[in-house]
Design a protein around this ligand. Structure first.
Ligand code: ADP
Ligand code: AMP
Length: 218
């Protein structure tokens, strides 16, 4: 039976950072809806052109478009054993669609690690985030600096700041999270699959909490 882990938390909580480690450790695909959108924008596909302005503003892409994109991704062969979902679902409609599609794939949401971080930390994390243009590895100028400034430790690629990581856009993204996404915390709590992690701790300490929660899955 495939295994699906859904990382939930506000923008900047550390979902991408933790999803990378978790997917490698558990041999699962890392499926980030944000990365999928950014890849489409980079390649200027029809989907990319359709969503570019939405991401720039920090608004949410409509559910139907997002659900179809993630469904296609989860059907790929590298997701046969399951996936670590990062950034999806972000609305109750997406969460319902996910349950339905995982049922079709013979699986379910096994665990929802919720990375809880205060709003104050989020702004500092996002405005200091640097992402590798080639491999997507994420750094932070203060909390996780690259060995050589501007260069990726992993692949030597060039680091860039995301256009939606400016303070004004960050505030809009956090507000969208609070209104659209935070109801999912209760949804998954009621489903009995949520594990709350203290996201204020150091990256390595959050990873420890996360792996301990995953080890408890029966
Ligand atoms: P998300 O995917 O949830 O938006 P990221 O994983 O991209 O968040 O992390 C946002 C920024 O915060 C990155 O620059 C990352 O290096 C940094 N970061 C992630 N986790 C922590 C942590 N526990 N403490 C401090 N900084 C962190
Ligand atoms: P992220 O990389 O998770 O920070 O996402 C970046 C942006 O992509 C968000 O601000 C949204 O504009 C869009 N996005 C990513 N995932 C979703 C989703 N599940 N639903 C709607 N929009 C999304």
């Amino acid at each position: 039976m495939p295994m699906y882990l859904v990382l939930i938390g506000p923008p900047g909580a550390g979902k991408g950072t933790q999803a990378k480690v978790l997917s490698e450790q558990k041999n699962l695909a890392h499926v980030s809806s944000g990365d999928l959108f950014r890849d489409n924008i980079k390649r200027q596909t029809e989907l990319g052109k359709q969503v570019e302005a939405i991401l720039k503003r920090g608004d949410l892409v409509p559910d139907d478009v997002t659900i179809a994109m993630v469904r296609d991704r989860l059907k790929q062969p590298d997701c046969a054993a399951g996936a670590v979902l990062d950034g999806f679902p972000r609305t109750p409609a997406q969460a319902a669609a996910l349950n339905k599609m995982l049922g079709e794939f013979g699986g379910k949401v096994n665990l929802v690690p919720y990375i809880n971080v205060s709003e104050k930390s989020l702004i500092e994390r996002l405005t200091g985030r640097w992402t590798c243009k080639s491999c997507g590895t994420v750094f932070h100028q203060k909390f996780n600096p690259p060995k050589v400034q501007g260069k990726c430790d992993k692949c030597g690629g060039e680091l860039a700041q995301r256009p939606d990581d400016q303070e004004e856009t960050v505030k809009n993204r956090i507000s969208k999270y609070l209104s659209e996404t935070s109801p999912l915390i209760e949804f998954y709590q009621k489903a009995g699959v949520m594990a709350e992690l203290d996201g204020e701790k150091k990256i390595e300490d959050v990873t420890k909490q996360l792996l301990a929660a995953v080890a408890k899955i029966r």
